[in-house]
Design a binder for this molecule. Structure first.
Ligand SMILES: Nc1ncnc2c1ncn2[C@@H]1O[C@H](COP(=O)(O)OP(=O)(O)O)[C@@H](O)[C@H]1O
Ligand SMILES: [Mg+2]
Length: 401
């Protein structure tokens, strides 16, 4: 395969190892400086120039887009996607995971552990937010920090308020998060490739530091993760839209809690802690995908008019409960069940003989009208918190700034 590694740091460990692993396997790998692309947009012909020349054909690219170039870097990756060049990490996936708030918002609707987190804007909402988290100590995080910079432990509510105020006055958006004390300065970094964890390490903070990042002096050791941690890491990466990811998890009393999902995970720390060929696993995965790429079904299937993909939920009392998929009559209505989610397990291509149970979710492809008819009118979710009425004048002032 012909692989382009998108990186601004050709000499850093990760880039060198990826190139070396590709070459060893008989592939042709070139490091392309992400910032030297020009994105060419013309009717029906998405194209890219590299160093001012039209780029040659690549089978795949592997983006290594750092936080400082997210906007341009993801635009380049998106352009490769338009040109049908395979990338394990999509532009959307990188954007989703880059911002800690966005990532947690997306993860929070799934059955995955995350530390209780809140995001507020108004000063008056800070104290109640801290109280909802169970009070101080709390963790305060800026949204796009990496390597432990911008992650602060506030021992008291007063200190927390002062830090938040200072950061907000410096135009930083901050998250407030429950401090997971029992993790005692340790976390797990699971390196996900495709649908498995190919290597994992536990990082342990040194001295009285609570951040376990290697850049903060954290020591790393190889671990074999339990199936629960493996499943959590793989699902988090998949939900983000990433096939190569470093998933950071805390070991809490209630199981794994995801802190963040990194779309350009470093290789040096994990390869030296585990002595595994992580770069090789990444390259092998990309090579299998290039030979037989996974498609984004939404992009490919909605081309025929009136057809699409939808999720049918089966709340208690739904008429299909207790019937098998064959008896449900879905196929006769031109609806095919692609997979069935039951609790945390996913059954792909469920057989016709499988019985539908209450609270199942059926991912279906078919006639949108027919699927729409099967969904009861949207039931309003009960609000858990009463929203205080805001003065309309105040709102208007805020929005017209
Ligand atoms: N809620 C938390 N409770 C306890 N420790 C935390 C919490 N959040 C982060 N940490 C510690 O701080 C480190 C850095 O946090 P993280 O969110 O991964 O930010 P960064 O992007 O800077 O690595 C983590 O690896 C972990 O050791
Ligand atoms: Mg981290």
């Amino acid at each position: 395969m012909k692989l382009g590694i998108l990186s601004v740091a050709p000499n850093c460990y990760s880039t060198r190892r990826l190139k070396q692993a590709a070459t060893e396997r008989g592939h042709k790998a070139t490091v392309l400086n992400t910032l030297r692309f020009a994105i060419e947009l013309e009717h029906g012909e998405p194209d890219l120039c590299f160093r001012s020349k039209h780029i040659s054909d690549y089978d795949a690219v592997l983006p290594r887009v750092g936080a400082s170039i997210t906007y341009f870097g993801t635009a380049v990756v998106r352009q490769f996607e338009q040109m049908d060049v395979y990338t394990p990490n999509t532009a959307n996936g990188i954007t989703n995971s880059r911002d800690k708030l966005r990532a947690l918002q997306i993860l929070s609707r799934h059955d995955l552990g995350i530390p209780h987190t809140t995001f507020v804007r108004d000063r008056a909402d800070v104290l109640p937010a801290i109280e909802r988290l169970g009070g101080a100590p709390v963790i305060i995080k800026i949204l796009e920090g990496t390597q432990g910079v911008g992650v602060i432990l506030a021992e008291s509510t007063k200190v927390a308020e002062a830090i938040i105020e200072t950061l907000q006055s410096a135009k930083q958006n901050v998250l407030i998060q429950r401090f997971i004390k029992e993790s005692r300065g340790r976390d797990i970094r699971a390196f996900v490739v495709g649908d498995r964890v190919v290597a994992a390490m536990r990082r342990v903070a040194q001295g009285d530091e609570f951040r376990s990042n290697v850049h903060r002096g954290g020591r790393a050791e190889r671990v074999e993760v339990s199936p629960e941690f493996e499943e959590t890491a793989v699902r988090a990466a998949q939900i983000m839209g990433l096939r190569v990811a470093g998933v950071d998890m805390l070991e809490s009393d209630s199981g794994p809690l995801i802190m963040e999902v990194n779309s350009s995970p470093g290789l040096e720390g994990i390869e030296s802690a585990t002595e595994l060929d992580v770069a090789g696993a990444v390259i092998d995965y990309i090579a299998t995908q290039v030979a037989f790429p996974e498609l984004d079904i939404r992009q490919k299937l909605t081309v025929s008019r009136g057809y699409g993909v939808a999720e049918l939920q089966m709340p208690e009392g739904s008429p299909l409960i207790g019937q098998t998929i064959t008896d449900s009559g879905l196929r006769e209505r031109d609806i095919v069940v692609l997979n069935l989610t039951r609790g945390t397990s996913v059954i792909s291509n469920p057989r016709g003989s499988r019985e539908i149970e209450a609270n199942d979710r059926l991912l279906c492809y078919g006639k949108l009208d027919a699927m729409r008819d099967l969904i009861p009118e949207k039931r309003r979710r009960k609000r858990r918190v009463k929203v205080q009425k805001l003065d309309p004048k105040l709102l208007e002032d805020l929005e017209t700034q």
